[in-house]
Design a protein around this ligand. Sequence first.
Ligand SMILES: Nc1ncnc2c1ncn2[C@@H]1O[C@H](COP(=O)(O)OP(=O)(O)O)[C@@H](O)[C@H]1O
Ligand SMILES: [Mg+2]
Length: 283
Amino acid sequence: MLKVCDVTKRYGKFTVLEHIDLEFTPGVYGLLAPNGAGKTTLMKLLTTLAFPTEGEIRYDGVEIRTMNAAYRELLGYLPQQMGYYPNQSPIQFLSYLAALKGMDRKLVPDRVEGLLELVGLLDVKRKKMRTFSGGMIQRVGIAQALLNDPKILILDEPTAGLDPSERVRFRNIIAGLSKDRIVILSTHIVSDVESVANRIVFLKDHQVALEAAPEEICLTMRGKVFEISLPDTELPRFEQSHRVLSIRQEHNWVHLRFTDGDIPAEAVPAEPTLEDAFLVFFR
Ligand SMILES: Nc1ncnc2c1ncn2[C@@H]1O[C@H](COP(=O)(O)OP(=O)(O)O)[C@@H](O)[C@H]1O
Ligand SMILES: [Mg+2]
């Protein structure tokens, strides 16, 4: 078990994270917060690329900074901005990283081939990465994070730059990986995690605002979300007295999801989504 114990992280006088307590067991965790909330900072602490100003992070009871190489062997990490050599092919890049990690040379070719198959890049395995789309680079990044079959997989904004079909593929890959493994992925896009994460962590005001299963979070909004259609001229007045969650325009009408305020007779109750909860939390 990976345990964050009362961790505070400051850069100079600036507090990024304050009194964070979290426990990670095998499963997929979605770290969800707007940009600048401290997601990358928390991930750097979990990877020992940075250290807490106060508090400790422990793996099976041992502080991770004292574990050194033994901890890094458990770890796979996709940084928010992954460096790579544009002139290398995925095979060259992954083999190079495998050598840096000290993997047994005899095992490397099969491992690299298997990972490229997993992320759907076998057909371009010898192509220079300079010709790749953002989504293809991201998939190379996921493959490199998996090289050592890590017990703890940390992916910082792994879906950035993926197109819709690549997002679906990504979700399927992650779902297949989470058995017996802690997977922590950060995003500011709700739909990237709601179907794949077992637990959602909301960061807000430097703290953990909420840590729960997606269904539990949706339950907190039960009976509070409604839909209504209005002539678009009535929208400004409606917005003053209600919290509008989404708007779809059709000709001179707007179809709204909303919460709060008095509920007009024409409003229809709606099934709350994680997106609704996210909007209420962060607005
Ligand atoms: N090395 C650093 N020195 C000073 N401030 C930093 C450093 N890293 C991050 N920050 C600040 O901490 C805050 C959180 O950043 P970050 O963890 O990157 O957030 P997120 O990943 O959620 O977008 C930001 O205000 C950022 O400017
Ligand atoms: Mg970040």
